[in-house]
Design a binder for this molecule. Structure first.
Ligand code: UD1
Ligand code: MG
Length: 468
């Protein structure tokens, strides 16, 4: 058995509403780089060698719980948001008798890293403290709790902004809301915290004075990683965090061998994976669970969400690709819309103004211009001419178009689904295909052309007559 005091449990506070966000959505659900912000402290907690993570939820608890489903966390409900000490108390009650270290993180501090938290834990252990508060210095401390130290530099108390007089308001060292407590101490004092303050809330910050009064060691550990501990309380702070997170993510990809023509203009969400030697032009969004294979080029202004892009794929300008798969060496765009459920095999070519929905296209097939293919299964080596449309919807139901291998579809063809085209068939340009076409057959369904000799001259004469 290891030393019990080495054990760590992390508590993440996420029950508050976040009034200053002016939102119908709980603050911890607002996304940063595509993920609800509470998932970042959850991730940092997961990287610590902690026994478990307890998340306190309250405001919009069901939605927060949804976001946390599948994560290795325990959930505690705070039905009424009576302050940070009340939230911590509920979590501590759920881990009764735990005497190891308790790390407290905030759901609204998404830029926190496990390195910064580990630094705090190390400082706590080294000092043999009962409480260690993570602090930092900021140019504008308004809104934050201030760290009040004595002449020797030891922390005496934390004063909340709303309870601070002018001299305290001038202090630039602030409480980040992140702490390490000795579990035994915390469970003894947590119920004794009062709500005698400007907000009539139970403040976890009061534990500092209580600890000192009891003669315990309380330490304020200052970090220089100001960005890591930035609390999000307003939309303006949310935008700043978004920018920092975005550049962190892009830097990570650059370190892994991805080229950005201008990284400031590329928005990649946190869960996206990108292989090396991918080049990304400005104005691109890559979202959700997208995976991009080696050697792809993604030109400007595309958005790719929840998709799997193979190796060596070229995505020309201004494409939207959602919930789809694109095979190796395919070429997409410019101006293509690949909608959910599409699967493109290798070497497929999709050109300008082509929309695909729930379409499969086999190896080397092409739809280069002005086409809609929906609910379609298309074999390999197929050429789809410009202006081809699968008429998949009859006003009530969707129907499928199946096209075999090596079919040649001329321009401006409509397939009235359900319809099946056999391997190697030819579809004449301008045809409306309402019946199945056998393999190797030519289908042609356009009105035969008649030429009226000299008609233009005749028409001109008729017009001149009528004007007299
Ligand atoms: C808190 C600190 C302040 C610190 C700041 C850092 C207190 C009293 N103040 O203030 O010293 O400078 O964080 O960002 O602790 N929460 C609950 N239940 C509640 C109230 C809050 O779970 O009843 C959660 C919130 O969801 C949030 C976190 O606790 O994730 C902090 O609450 P918030 O209201 O943002 O506190 P601040 O005013 O920012
Ligand atoms: Mg806050």
């Amino acid at each position: 058995m290891g030393n019990i005091s080495e054990d760590i449990i992390t508590i993440i506070l996420g029950a508050g509403l976040g009034k200053r966000m002016k939102s119908g959505v709980a603050k911890v659900l607002h996304p940063v780089a595509g993920l609800p912000m509470i998932l970042y402290p959850v991730k940092a907690a997961g990287e610590l060698a902690s026994l478990k993570t307890v998340v306190v939820v309250g405001h919009q608890a069901d939605r927060v719980k949804d976001v946390l489903s599948g994560k290795d966390v325990e959930i505690v409900h705070q039905t009424e948001q009576k302050g940070t000490a009340d939230a911590v108390r509920l979590a501590v009650e759920s881990i009764r008798d735990f005497t190891g270290l308790i790390v407290v993180l905030c759901g609204d501090v998404p830029l926190i890293t496990s390195e910064t938290v580990t630094g705090l834990i190390d400082a706590h252990k080294k000092a043999g403290a009962s409480i260690t508060v993570l602090t930092t210095e900021v140019d504008d401390p308004s809104g934050y709790g201030r760290i009040f130290r004595d002449n020797n530099g030891s922390i005496l108390k934390i004063v909340e902004d709303r309870d601070a007089d002018d001299s305290i308001k001038r202090i630039k060292e602030i409480n980040t809301g992140i702490y390490v407590f000795n579990g035994g101490f915390l469970s003894k004092i947590i119920s004794g915290i009062s709500s005698a303050n400007a907000q009539e809330e139970f403040y976890i910050t009061d534990s500092v004075e209580i600890g000192i009064r009891k003669g315990l060691k309380v330490v304020a550990h200052k970090t220089m990683q100001r960005e890591d501990v930035m609390g999000i309380n307003t939309r303006a702070e949310l935008a700043i965090a978004e920018g920092i997170m975005r550049s962190r993510i892009n830097n990570r990809h650059m370190l892994n061998g991805v080229t950005f023509i201008n990284p400031e203009t590329v928005y990649i969400e946190d869960n996206v994976r990108i292989a090396r030697d991918v080049t990304i032009y400005p104005g691109t969004f890559i979202q959700g669970s997208t995976v991009i294979g080696e050697g792809c080029i993604i030109y400007s202004n595309s958005r790719i969400r929840d998709s799997r892009i193979g190796c060596g794929v070229t995505i020309k300008d201004a494409c939207v690709i959602e919930e789809s798969k694109v095979g190796d060496n395919a070429q997409i765009g410019p101006f293509a819309h690949i909608r959910p459920g599409t699967v493109l095999d290798k070497d497929v070519r999709i050109g300008n103004f082509v929309e695909l929905k729930k379409a499969f296209m086999g190896e080397g097939s092409k739809a280069n211009h002005l086409t809609y293919l929906g609910d379609a299964e298309i074999g390999s080596g197929v050429n789809i001419g410009a202006g081809t449309i699968t008429c998949n919807y009859d006003g009530y139901k969707k129907h499928k178009t199946t096209i075999g291998n090596n079919v040649f579809v001329g321009s401006d063809v409509q397939f009235i689904a359900p319809v099946n085209i056999g391997d190697g068939a030819l579809i004449a340009a301008g045809s409306t295909v309402t019946k199945d076409v056998p393999p190797g057959a030519l289908a042609i369904s356009r009105v035969e052309q008649g030429n009226k000799e000299g008609y233009a001259e005749k028409r001109k004469k008729i017009k001149m007559k009528s004007e007299k």
